[in-house]
Design a protein around this ligand. Structure first.
Ligand SMILES: [Zn+2]
Length: 352
């Protein structure tokens, strides 16, 4: 991996990456404002002319507003703190429909022999991405959550909320749809779910209701149920876990969606799923109910599950026991960094 004898490139990036933890309270405008004060507006790559990009982003913002209106306030707060125009933050609603997504991320949900539900996940992405933020959110009037993101305003790639719901995303390489209607960008989906849903079933149904911009899959789980949801502009398929586990990586399991992947080789993804399923089948959960078993699995290089590639790597990991309300994040590749436990997000008003 390293050609000059120094540390591998992804480790060099990890050591200089912006791993920060934010505690954010108040209304959504205040949350956006706080982020805008202490982070830099992440530039969004452009692929088309500015007016086309802005018009599309504007239409996406409108769709996002239909599903979670206060998120728009978070964008407004961010813009206000930076003293910039709405047009400057607007591209964060669509990411300008990026072309050529990368493969990464592995998530599993598993019901342990004693009935508890455990989730484990590696977030893999381009290691040039410096923003790697863990956010503890307590927005006024909405469920509290703990989740990670990479600098896009309002986003969340994986996390848990005060009700015991978990949500995570996975990119899928598929052919670019010829015409994509405005919709909800993948990186806002887990955030919307964590702030508007209590259960995995509710979350799966909500993903189905949304128009989607990009080929992505999601894993949603709670102490009772787990679902995988596969999306493509205009198509959504929901699959409930058969048996006691569910593993999601970067490919379409739904038979009618597989052709969208074209001739792309997904054998590595399928192999990763099988390998993890075998590990689950063989595990006797001798240690603390699978907690450390899951961490070991996320560190594993034999397939690998923990990635160190020429341009992308595992940027963070999480393990959560949705039943016992226990959650830990590892900020950095799990093979060389420690998992740290965080308090379970506590909803402001408990009405459950
Ligand atoms: Zn590793």
């Amino acid at each position: 991996m390293s050609t000059d004898g120094g540390p591998p490139a992804d480790l060099r990036q990890e050591l200089t990456a912006d791993y920060r933890v934010f505690d954010l309270t108040g209304d959504h405008y205040a949350i956006g404002y706080q982020m805008g004060q202490v982070t830099e507006l992440r530039p969004v790559e452009t692929w088309r002319d500015r007016e086309t990009e802005l018009a599309f982003a504007r239409a996406c913002a409108e769709v996002v507003g239909q599903f979670h209106p206060p998120l728009l306030d978070e964008f407004r707060g961010y813009a206000a703190a930076q003293g910039c125009a709405w047009e400057d933050v607007l591209p964060h609603f669509s990411n300008n429909l990026p072309e050529g997504a990368l493969v990464g991320c592995t998530t599993l949900a598993r019901r342990l022999p004693d009935g508890r539900v455990l989730v484990a996940r590696n977030h893999d992405f381009l290691y040039m991405r410096k923003e790697r933020y863990l956010r503890r959110l307590s927005p006024t009037g909405y469920p509290a959550s703990l989740g990670a993101q990479s600098g896009l305003i309002g986003s969340c790639y994986d996390g848990v909320n005060g009700y015991g719901l978990f949500a995570a995303l996975h990119t899928i390489r598929a052919r670019i749809a010829d015409r994509v209607a405005p919709g909800v960008p993948s990186y806002l989906v887990p955030r919307i779910l964590l702030e508007t849903c209590r259960t995995a079933r509710e979350a799966a149904s909500r993903i189905q209701d949304m128009p989607h911009l990009l080929p992505f899959s999601y894993l949603v789980a709670d102490p009772d149920e787990m679902f995988a949801v596969e999306t493509y502009p205009g198509i959504t398929r929901v699959r409930q876990a058969e048996g006691d586990s569910l593993v999601v990586t970067n490919y379409y399991e739904a038979a009618d969606m597989r052709p969208l992947q074209g001739r792309r080789d997904v054998s590595e993804q399928i192999e990763r799923i099988r390998w993890i399923q075998e590990r689950i089948a063989k595990d006797s959960t001798g240690d603390a109910g699978g907690w450390f078993w899951a961490q070991r699995l996320l560190r594993d290089h034999s397939l690998p599950v923990c990635h160190h590639r020429p341009n992308h790597a595992t940027l963070w990991s999480l393990v959560a026991d949705l039943t016992a309300h226990r959650v830990a994040y590892c900020l950095g590749a799990p093979c060389r960094n420690e998992f740290r436990e965080w308090d379970w997000p506590k909803n402001e008003v408990s009405d459950s």
